[in-house]
Ligand binder design. Sequence first.
Ligand code: TLP
Length: 346
Amino acid sequence: MKIIDLRSDTVTLPTPTMRDAIYHAELGDDVYGEDPTTNRLEEMASERIGKEAALFVPSGTMGNLICVLTHCARGEEVILGDQSHMFLNEAGGISALGGIQAHIIPNQPDGTMRLEDIEAAIRGDNIHFPRTRLICLENTHNRCNGAPLTPEYIDSVAALAERHGLSMHLDGARIFNAAVALGVSVKKLTHSVDSLIFCLSKGLSAPVGSMVCGSREFIAEALRTRKVLGGGMRQIGVIAAAGAIALEQMVDRLAEDHVNARCLAEEIAQIPGLSIDPARTQTNIIYFDLVSDRLTAEEFVTRLGQKGIKLAPTRPSRFRMVTHHGINSEDIDATLVALGEVMEES
Ligand code: TLP
């Protein structure tokens, strides 16, 4: 039985071209700055993103942590959305390792935070208060149905940050999905932030790695922070080689994942017992609810599993499916058949 794995775009496997590039990668010791393949990837990423410099890091989680630790000192505060990956899914790293406090404000269903909520969260100058240092956005917004944030919105938050002397960081794990979905250049989504990360290992299909991007000065500091966290690696050209192929060859095809996700969402909306607003699906992430009381969330996951479909349960009775390079339109059809059968048989 073919397994259709829709749990995440992190499950993507390297393409044959990537495996070939990995095999032939020219290598050196990257802690000495001597791995030519990694140096090339970092140049390519900074050029593509429109920042002065970039740094290869093992994961998106480490990249976000490096950025926050680089921007903030102990006791300072970061403004974050209450649905953000950095708040919900990064093991409290900024407080555990940095003594940095998260100030949470609501994410709207479209992944934004209201400007007035951000402004109200910025601390005044008072010895009782932590100092606000940083505002973080997420694009696309994982928990908010993979919503892409527009350049206009990002620029308006950046203007607010500038007015208050704050820095801005973007968790752009899926920034290329946002650019492709909005039909804008990725630089339009990044030009007004001070730092960002993006992941090579999700929809772009590289096996490992993320990039931290920012000014030359910021990246020089981030390099130190990466070392502190044990993220200084040696002959990492073996993985950077795949990252370069990801950037060169895998960005434009993300549009296919978006079409597949939209198709899934529209058809799921027709299945009795399941609930979704398909208009919310603009990229490769969908969330839907089980609204039937004829089967439990566990039974739903188990029965789909028996038909070869893997998906990610989030909160009780809510599920996530993510389309990616390993999923084609036939897999979407097969998934819809399985979903229909599971609901009919219950
Ligand atoms: N997200 C993973 C899980 O951790 C939930 C996924 O399957 O979606 N920012 C965002 C917006 C992310 O979605 C993720 C990973 C990260 C950062 C962290 O990246 P990694 O997994 O490379 O540490």
